[in-house]
Each structure stands twice: as C-alpha cells, then as structure tokens.
Design a binder for this molecule. Structure first.
Ligand SMILES: [Zn+2]
Length: 119
C-alpha cells in the first residue's frame, strides 16, 4: 500500500478534501469534518460484507476522527464485535474503512482505506 502524504491531506489538522469510498463514488465525509489522529489499531483487511468472517488484519495508524456518526455524509455499519462496529461504505458495503467505538461514540476512518479528492 502506498504511503500516505498526510500533510497534503490535512488543513489545520482536519481533512482538507472530500473523502470518498475507494471503490464507488459514494461520498463519506465533507472537508473539515474529520480530525487527523494517530492510533495504533489492528483493522481487519478489506473485504465485502457478504464474504463472512475476516481472517487477516493490518496495523493502521492514520485516521480521521469523527465525533458524531451524523457528521458522515454516507456510512454503513457492520455487525458489533466486542465494543465496536466496523464502518463500511453505505453504498457498495466495502470495508471495514474504520470503526465506531460504542463506549466513546467516536468514529475512526482509516486514511488508507478511503479516497481523497484533489490529491
Ligand atoms: Zn462504496
């Protein structure tokens, strides 16, 4: 996976551009809605929802933190696992593109799993 040029994607610590699904034209986040955070998290590999259980994961650390799920333009949720739900594309259901923490209600969208416009 190509390394991310975080600097070109952020403006004042937030997402500079519109965030889209990596596979379909679905719009996930408007500019300046997500806050860039670094978190160590093992995110299951991307797969289609209907393919069943994930068996592999990768360490992903660059995220857009979104404080309220209603701040997303479009987002879907997978089933609950432990205290989180994984975020998937609302239209094509590719994912996980991040996760929702059921305790804190915070959402984390992986920069490497989405597409950014104008970059
Ligand atoms: Zn999609």
């Amino acid at each position: 996976m190509a390394s991310l040029d975080v600097e070109s994607l952020t403006l004042d610590g937030k997402n500079k551009t519109t965030v889209l699904c990596s596979r379909c034209p679905s719009k996930i986040l408007c500019p300046q809605v997500g806050t860039y955070v670094v978190k160590e998290f093992s995110l299951p590999s991307m797969h289609h929802k209907t393919e069943g259980e994930t068996d592999t994961a990768e360490d992903v650390k660059d995220y857009w933190q979104v404080n309220d799920m209603y701040h997303f333009e479009n987002i879907g949720f997978s089933k609950t696992i432990d205290d989180r739900k994984y975020l998937i594309c609302a239209d094509c259901e590719i994912g996980p593109v991040g996760w929702h923490d059921l305790n804190t209600k915070m959402n984390y969208l992986a920069l490497s799993r989405v597409k950014h416009t104008d970059v």
